[in-house]
Write a protein that binds this ligand. Structure first.
Ligand code: GLA
Length: 389
């Protein structure tokens, strides 16, 4: 995978905008979700970690009302005026930046024009939150350039709003939250209802294990429509449960003790609700397992999460299922599951250090042989959230 050369991004900035004052550099990471899938928009629990792949923005004010952008990844320029920000079809990457500007201004912050150069190495379209990384990096850069000193959680919410209301993707809060608030050597346990969070030490390496992510390289074609369908089904399940569970607002309010009741719902709704309720419990159990250094249990929870996403939430696909099955057959693997929204994208596995090479070779050989698709594998370390460099 491409490494990011910060010096080169800064040099490119100087070449493109020689008159600019000294620019500010910020970085925001992508993420891999360890446990807690499709729970965030149900006010539930998630347990992601920030990864060492990131989006880097170098920018300075230009004392106009125009924002000039250059994406090194796409070798493309874009420009828009802060007075009239519209969606663009030509440079879709620019919409994340545009959306964040809109949301900050709607929240009452006054912005001036900027020159910005950007480059990232979070794989795109792989379910590792490259868009959240761009939104959060943008919010952080604007915050630094304008010395807004905005609350970081407020910036997280505005970044999510940019994706929901400007870009038009109805995501939950997990990706932007972890991209902003992640910490090296820690995973982040987040209560998506209260936004209370706890950084849990996650030094898998010290315990002899690696977090290995495999990109199925399957484009997540259905993801947007199916994602919205799942959200609607969760809401319908809540409505159907309301007469039986007083005060329930989201599936978060339903617990394992209600499983018999859940099973009386129409099949689709029962399956969706069962996933969310058991997945929330798996997050709670997973956090405890990690705190007790019980990686064997943590791994079992990963497998159980995959089965629930496959059978009850029905957001997996045959390629992701195959990756998990191959992973399971490799000695040294403690657990494996699809991660992110599903319908393609990546799996995350917990693999013993000395088995990682074998894991990578076997996965690549067997997956390519059975699907004709070449997967990509990454070993990720828990990394810091957004920061000024
Ligand atoms: C996407 C969304 C997140 C979350 C996951 C599923 O990554 O952006 O908010 O809902 O899917 O867990």
């Amino acid at each position: 995978m491409r490494t990011i050369n910060i010096g080169l991004i800064q040099k490119t900035f100087k070449e493109l905008f020689p008159q600019s004052p000294t620019p500010i550099t910020v970085a925001a990471p992508g993420r891999v979700n360890l446990l807690g899938e499709h729970t965030d928009y149900n006010d539930g629990f998630v347990f992601p970690m920030a990864i060492d792949n990131q989006m880097v923005l170098v920018g300075a004010p230009n004392h106009t009302n125009q924002v000039h952008l250059y994406s090194m990844d796409f070798a493309a320029h874009d420009v828009f005026s802060l007075d009239d920000i519209q969606l663009t079809k030509t440079n879709s990457w620019s919409n994340y930046i545009r959306g964040v500007c809109v949301m900050l201004m709607n929240a009452g912050y006054s912005l001036e024009g900027m020159n910005i150069v950007l480059q990232g190495n979070v794989p795109q379209g792989a379910g590792l939150s490259s868009s959240a990384a761009l939104e959060v990096a943008t919010a952080s850069l604007i915050d630094e350039i304008h010395e807004l000193r905005a609350d970081r959680i407020e910036l997280v919410k505005l970044a999510q709003k940019a994706e929901n209301d400007f870009v038009g993707v109805n995501c939950g809060i997990m990706d932007q939250f972890i991209s902003m608030m992640g910490k090296a050597d820690h995973a982040l346990f987040l209560d998506c209802r209260t936004l209370e969070y706890e950084l849990i030490p996650a030094q898998f390496e010290k315990m002899g294990y690696s977090v290995v992510v495999v990109n199925s390289s399957v484009k997540r074609g259905l993801v947007d429509s199916e994602y919205n369908t799942r959200r609607a089904q969760c809401e319908s399940a809540v409505e159907a449960l309301q007469p039986h569970i007083p005060g329930i607002k989201k599936l978060r309010d339903v617990t394992i003790g209600h499983l018999d009741l859940i099973n009386t719902l129409p099949t689709d709704l029962a399956k969706r609700a069962r996933h969310v309720v058991t997945e929330n419990q798996r997050v709670l159990d997973g956090v405890k397992a990690l705190q007790n250094s019980n990686l064997k249990l943590f791994g079992e929870l990963l497998y159980a999460s995959h089965e629930s996403l496959r059978d009850d939430y029905e957001v997996s696909c045959k390629e992701l299922d195959l990756l998990v099955e191959i992973a399971r057959s490799i000695p040294g693997t403690l657990g494996s599951r699809m991660t992110g929204a599903g319908f393609g994208g990546c799996t995350v596995s917990l693999v013993a250090h000395d088995a990682v090479d074998d894991f990578r070779t076997t996965i690549c050989e067997q997956y390519s042989k059975q699907t004709g698709i070449k997967p990509e594998t990454f070993v990720f370390k828990a990394s810091d959230g957004a920061r000024r460099l």
